[in-house]
Design a protein around this ligand. Structure first.
Ligand SMILES: [Fe+2]
Ligand SMILES: [Fe+2]
Length: 303
C-alpha cells in the first residue's frame, strides 16, 4: 500500500487490508476500538462509525505511521539525534506498550482454552513497560542532558549502566518471542490476536533499532572521549573525570538498588572537585535521582 499521509486516502479500504499492509496500523485500529475480530471486511469509515471513533483522528494516527516510515533516517548531529530518539522511540513506546498490554489481556482472556494462547504475555509486557519507563527516565533526566551540556564529554560509566539495561531488554524481547512463537498467529486467529502480534512485531523492531542507534551511534561519541581522558598524561584531570563518571554511574544504579546507596554515591559526587561539570552536573544528578525514584514508584504502581 502506498504512503497515505493525506486525509481521506484510506476511505473505502477494508479494515483487514489496512491492518495487514501498513506497519503498526493494526495497533492503531485497536486503540480506536475498531472491531478486528469480525469487522475485517468493513470499510474504514464504516468501521469507525460503528466503533464510535472519530474518523479524522483515526486517519491522522494512521497517516502518522507513514510519516514515521518516510522520516526513518536518523539525523547525525548529536542534539538532533537525541531529539529523534525521544520522539521516534521513547514517545512511541509510551504510546504503544500500554495498548499492547491491554490487547494481550483481552486475547489471553478470550482464548484461554486455546492451546497456543500466549499465557503470561500480558504480565510480561506489564513488567517490560515498567522497566523501559525507568530506563528512559534515566536517559531523559540524566544522560541526555549531560550529553547536551558537554558535547564530546566523557560519560563512559553511566553509559555502561545503560548498556546493561539494554542487555536486560534484549533478554525480555527474547522471552516475548518465545511466548508468541516469533509473533506468528495460529491458524484462524481472530483480528485482535493478529493485531496483538503485529503490534508486538513492530515494537520488537522498534526496540532493536532504538537500542542499536544508542549503542552503536550515540554512546560511542561519549565513550571515545573517556578513553582519551584515561590515556592522557594529565593524571589529576583523569582522576577527577573518573570520579565524576563513578558518581554518574551510581545515580543511574539499577532500580533494585536501595536509595541509601544511591544517596551515598550522590553525596560522594558532591564532595569531589569536578572540572568537567563542577557546579552544574552534580545538582542535576541529585535532581535526576529524585525524579527517577518518582518514576520507579509510578512503574511499580503500573505493574
Ligand atoms: Fe532510549
Ligand atoms: Fe536506552
Amino acid at each position: 500500500m502506498p504512503a497515505c499521509t493525506a486525509p481521506g486516502l484510506l476511505r473505502g479500504r477494508k479494515v483487514g487490508e489496512i491492518a495487514a499492509t501498513m506497519g503498526g496500523a493494526a495497533l492503531v485500529l485497536s486503540e480506536f476500538n475498531l472491531d478486528l475480530c469480525s469487522g475485517n471486511d468493513v470499510a474504514l469509515e464504516t468501521a469507525a462509525q460503528q466503533a464510535g471513533a472519530d474518523l479524522a483522528s483515526l486517519e491522522q494516527a494512521l497517516g502518522a505511521l507513514d510519516a514515521h516510515v518516510l522520516a526513518e533516517r536518523p539525523p547525525q548531529e548529536t542534539n538532533a539525534l537525541i531529539a529523534y530518539i525521544l520522539s521516534r522511540y521513547h514517545d512511541t513506546h509510551r504510546r504503544e506498550l500500554p495498548a499492547l498490554v491491554k490487547l494481550a489481556r483481552k486475547v489471553e482472556t478470550r482464548h484461554a482454552a486455546h492451546p497456543e494462547v500466549p499465557r503470561g504475555l500480558a504480565d510480561a509486557l506489564q513488567r517490560l513497560l515498567g522497566e523501559i519507563e525507568v530506563h528512559m527516565k534515566k536517559e531523559e533526566l540524566i544522560l541526555f542532558p549531560a550529553m547536551r551540556r558537554h558535547p564530546g564529554g566523557a560519560l563512559g560509566a553511566p553509559i555502561t549502566q545503560m548498556r546493561h539495561d539494554h542487555d536486560d531488554h534484549a533478554e525480555q524481547l527474547r522471552d516475548l518471542e518465545a511466548k508468541t512463537g516469533n509473533f506468528i498467529v495460529p491458524e484462524g486467529a481472530c483480528g485482535s490476536w493478529q493485531a496483538l502480534y503485529a503490534g508486538l512485531d513492530k515494537f520488537h523492531g522498534d526496540m532493536m533499532e532504538h537500542v542499536r542507534i544508542e549503542n552503536d551511534v550515540l554512546f560511542p561519541r561519549f565513550e571515545v572521549a573517556r578513553e582519551q581522558v584515561e590515556r592522557s598524561e594529565d593524571a589529576p584531570a583523569a582522576q577527577t573525570e573518573a570520579a565524576n563518571e563513578r558518581a554518574s554511574a551510581a545515580s543511574m544504579a539499577d532500580k533494585r538498588d536501595d536509595k541509601t546507596a544511591s544517596a551515598s554515591a550522590s553525596a560522594s559526587a558532591s564532595a569531589s572537585a569536578d572540572p568537567l561539570s563542577g557546579a552544574s552536573l552534580v545538582p542535576m544528578l541529585v535532581g535526576g535521582l529524585v525524579l527517577i525514584v518518582v518514576a520507579m514508584i509510578i512503574a511499580v504502581a503500573l505493574s
